[in-house]
Design a protein around this ligand. Structure first.
Ligand code: FAD
Length: 552
């Protein structure tokens, strides 16, 4: 009980199942809970910062209730620690083990500092279900690269450890947090305004452990949900999350993943966090996991460099209401359903725009409340069929995908108010509505004409030719059937040429959420493949199926 310890919170912003903090309290006589706000270190959006600040407020409140406080400082973590170690005569620094390079680099620096000052470090694994190093060791020294193999290794290791007990006021009776009379001024939590950030006033995802546990409890109580969830048929465009909606809390460690796993006994929900574990394991031992170049498991694809098209996707201006509504929800709320992520990721990469998954990953990293180094990159590689998933013929249609589960377009009306009064019949492809319906529906795009000298389908409004702009809402930026067919041919070639790389992560496992969509997905595949093989693409295109081609 002799140590004077700084417990460095990075993720793991909680007092339940926090083995590192529990052990630090046990072996210390004084403990300073510290969080360092390093605004320069990571590209995070304003919504995520708000979520972090709220989580810090919550943590401070919970610590206060136990007789302690959270010390929040600004700057680079190492510089802050250097100063505090001297100021508080610290003999030990404790922190959770991480696999993300940003933190493993920080860990090295902390260890060097500790050596220089002759102090100890203490660290435990609690952001994942297992210590991923154990999984890699059990797999013979390299990470299992397929989910099937991964599950096999886990079956040898057995169930993940149970959560440790919650931290109590008694722990802080034995080990005090020395009070500082000037705490608020020196160590208080800044406001968003202090950080120069602005966000919408509505808070749909309040940060913090208290909300995380409440949300978990609500899900446990809604027996219907637990039962339904075991047979995945959740809806990407429901107006409220149809899955647990716990990802922001898990990603920041406000909710322990082991608590989630052991309390949610539905096989499906447990399976979801095993996917997380899988990506963490592979990411921890794969060089350049978040990049294509130098990443040994990722197919090397000559993606297009088209900043304007990327910007249209990012800012919800693609002209496909289903894609634009999702991108609007992402920007305004910071969370979208898993299958909605599928839709926009496929559209950006191998489906329509042919833009690199790295670009999409960066946008998600900035805008998602649950942005996570390993899970984000792993899923982007999956969706772009660059690794893990190799059924590249499965392309999502930006019209039909959303229409199946929300034919009236309630989700579109919410996130794209310009289409609020549009008739359901045309809401997924408003460019196909006759001009009088566009006018009465309050969203004028233009009317198609066949007089274009370039033989494209052009749009006129008020007798003026309007090229690809749309008046109140953009024309579709691509012809889905045409571009997806071209991309499909390219992917086929790449998968053939780079068979050895594809083979590394080829698996029979499928995304569990896609299971419910199987039949529809097969129809899409047949449509695109059929068009490719028998030339019906031209007929469909000229026949003005849901994919009209704008004049460019
Ligand atoms: P639930 O279905 O309730 O699942 C419970 C938990 O399991 C989630 O909170 C999450 O921790 C984990 N999980 C669920 N699905 C996956 C998955 N496919 N891969 C790994 N873990 C999973 N999730 C993130 O947490 N952070 C990200 O940055 C992220 N980026 C993604 C990018 C793309 C392109 C795609 C397709 C998916 C991404 N996901 C990411 C995975 C998934 O979409 C979210 O975890 C899920 O939608 C969160 O909602 P939920 O908590 O209600 O999930």
């Amino acid at each position: 009980m002799t140590h004077r310890t700084i417990h460095l919170f990075r993720k793991g912003l909680r007092l339940h199942d926090n083995p590192t903090l529990l052990a630090a309290l046990e072996f210390s006589s004084a403990l300073y809970p510290v969080y360092v706000l390093d605004l320069e270190a990571k590209l995070l959006g304003a919504l995520r910062w708000r979520f972090i600040l709220q989580s810090l407020e919550d943590l401070d409140g919970r610590l206060r209730a136990l007789g302690s406080r959270l010390y929040v400082l600004r700057g680079s973590t190492l510089a802050v620690l250097r100063e505090l170690v001297t100021r508080w005569a610290v003999t030990q620094i404790s922190y959770d083990t991480e696999v993300e390079p940003h933190y493993t680099g920080m860990d090295r620096e902390i260890r060097t500092l500790a050596q220089e000052r002759g102090i100890k470090t203490h660290t435990c694994v609690s952001h994942t279900l297992y210590d991923v190093r154990r999984i890699i060791k059990a797999n013979g020294g390299s990470p299992p690269l397929t989910y099937k193999k991964f599950l096999h290794v886990l079956s040898v290791l057995g169930e993940p450890e149970k959560p440790v007990r919650e931290i109590t006021a008694e722990d802080f009776l034995r080990c005090l947090t020395p009070p500082d009379p000037d705490h608020e001024r020196q160590f208080g939590i800044p406001s968003l305004e202090d950080l120069g950030l602005q966000v919408p006033s509505e808070v749909l995802w309040p940060g913090g452990e208290t909300h995380a546990l409440k949300r978990l409890q609500q899900h446990l109580q809604s027996q219907g949900w637990v039962a339904n969830f075991s047979k995945p048929r959740t809806v990407p465009n429901s107006l409220l999350p149809s899955t647990t909606g716990l990802s922001p809390y898990i990603s920041l460690g406000c909710l322990s993943v082991r608590t989630f796993y052991h309390r949610l006994t539905s096989i499906y929900a447990q399976g979801q966090v095993l996917w997380r574990e899988f990506f963490y394991t592979v990411a921890s031992a794969t060089p350049n996991f978040t990049r294509m170049q130098g990443n040994p498991i990722c197919l090397q694809i000559d993606w297009k460099h088209e900043p304007e098209a990327l910007e249209k996707w990012r800012t919800a201006q693609t002209g496909f209401p289903w894609i634009d509504a999702i991108m609007t929800q992402l920007r305004e709320e910071g969370w979208i359903h898993h299958l909605a992520r599928h839709a926009v990721a496929c559209f950006l990469t191998r489906g329509d725009l042919g833009i690199s998954w790295e670009e999409g990953m960066k946008v998600f990293e900035e805008q998602l409340l649950d942005a996570d180094y390993s899970v984000n990159a792993g899923n982007w590689m999956w969706l772009s069929a660059s690794a893990f998933f190799h059924k590249y013929t499965r392309i999502f249609c930006p019209v039909r995908f959303g229409r199946r589960t929300d034919p009236d377009g309630q989700y579109l009306r919410k996130y794209l108010p310009v289409l609020k009064n549009f008739p359901s019949q045309y809401i997924y492809e408003p460019w196909k509505a006759p001009e009088d319906i566009q006018i009465s529906g309050g969203c004028v795009i233009g009317t198609k004409t066949h007089n274009c000298p370039m033989q494209y389908i052009c749009y006129i409004y008020n007798n003026e030719l309007c090229v690809c702009a749309g008046k109140d809402y953009p024309h579709p930026m691509v012809c889905h059937l045409e571009v997806s067919q071209k991309n499909l041919a390219l992917m086929r070639q790449i998968h053939t040429e780079q068979q050895n790389t594809a083979q590394l992560t080829r698996d029979v496992s499928d995304d569990p959420m896609e299971a419910g969509l199987k039949r529809e997905l097969q129809e899409e595949e047949e449509l695109i493949e059929g068009a490719e093989s028998n030339g019906t693409f031209k007929r469909l295109n000229n026949g003005m199926d849901h994919q009209s081609r704008p004049c460019s």
